[in-house]
Design a protein around this ligand. Sequence first.
Ligand code: FUL
Length: 494
Amino acid sequence: MQRPFQRLHRILIASLAWAAAATCLPSTQAATAPTPYGPVPTARQLQWHDMEFYGFLHFTVNTFTDKEWGYGDEKESVFNPTDFDADQIVRAGKAAGMKGLILTAKHHDGFCLWPSKYTEHSVKNSPWKGGQGDVVREISAACKKHGLRFGVYLSPWDRNHKDYGRPAYIEYYRNQLRELLTSYGDIFTVWFDGANGGDGFYGGAKEKRQIDNRTFYDWPNTWSIVRQLQPMASMFSDAGPDFRWVGNENGTAGDPCWATLNMARPDRHPGGTSEGLTSGERPGTAWMPAECDVSIRPGWFYHAADDARVKKPAELLDIYYRSVGRGACLNLNLPPDRRGRIHDNDLASLGEFRRILDATFAKDFAKGAKITASEVRGGASAYAAKHLTDGKRGTYWTTEDGTVASEVTVALKKAETFNVVSLREFLPLGQRVDVFALDQWSNGAWTEFAKGTSIGNRRLIRLPKKITTEQVRLRIVKASASPAITELGLYAEP
Ligand code: FUL
């Protein structure tokens, strides 16, 4: 476990890394950085944006009972993977390009994948490893070994616990959260699910229990436990506090997908309205970016009957462009099977998906091109258009204050053929661009080939047909403040 001092130190370093570029100018240049526009991300949210693509692991008694939602009366003895291999599971995520994995430490059925001292309903009473096993320990250790970050899903709804719906349950839930946050190293995210289906086993009561999701969980006091024990962990719910649900489970962010949300609405709370979650709200009152969660299979848990229904590489690519490519993070679920491994069909799909992405982004045609801008802030090289292709997230091109329309021209050394354009805004200054367009130079004139709205962390424009041109122009058609663009890349899908 890290000491609080080390954690604070990490927060400081993360904020400084992004802030440095915004404020440090060579002494010869007088231009000062633009002031941020609207809500801006915290250091924690910036770290989360950097993840871009990570995965879920849905694994529990459901894997063995063939269900999606366990009732809570499952015998501990059903949990018995025949060949559990945390290394194989984590390697599958790594090979797919994921930067982290979030494990269902406890799903709605209440069964705990770690030997919690607050319940008997866990791996400790299962036959797996003679009751000595700990899935949370093994997955978190394998993540560490392979350089992936580790996160936990701890279902608020618990269909097993006798006190669910009463204040005593909140104490139980928080005790479990403390166990997870203090015994398994660094946690990059805590995923608070919003489902509350009503009926359950509840210690044998077998009844329907309704809760008021505005008040029952007393979220602010639960969130503060996470802030205290894992200050850099980003928390998910359908309304934050760090990142939001995108409003569907098919991996599709809205177009636009603003990273901001109006948190002042009275119905904006975990379990509250899903209005605005898909597209975000502009200008909004808080930075609350979207996560797209979707499963590689029809369900969240492994079912042998779905072995032939694993999403094809082309579907996974579509999802990637509709999530990461619209400024969201992608959380793709890989459900371990009854052996406790990722099935071969899932591995095959992921492998081909990754191969295509790697081939696409291996060569950036804009690298080495001559880039000029209609205007550069203060004429300063610190804000010149060359920063669009320097591969650094901390540098950016910007204009004078008050310039709402501007453009950048990329003159390639020779005609190139591509179909993907990648853009990124410099997030510490907020989301500034409202409308942009892309033109190609053909037959002695500019022709528009794409138009869009939100950029944010990343905008990937994927053209249905490749284009060949010597020059590309990015037009900022409308911006709420001088644009701050950190990346422009041109790529070709194989
Ligand atoms: C939902 C849950 O009910 C599903 O089982 C799954 O965990 C998904 C990610 O979130 O709300």
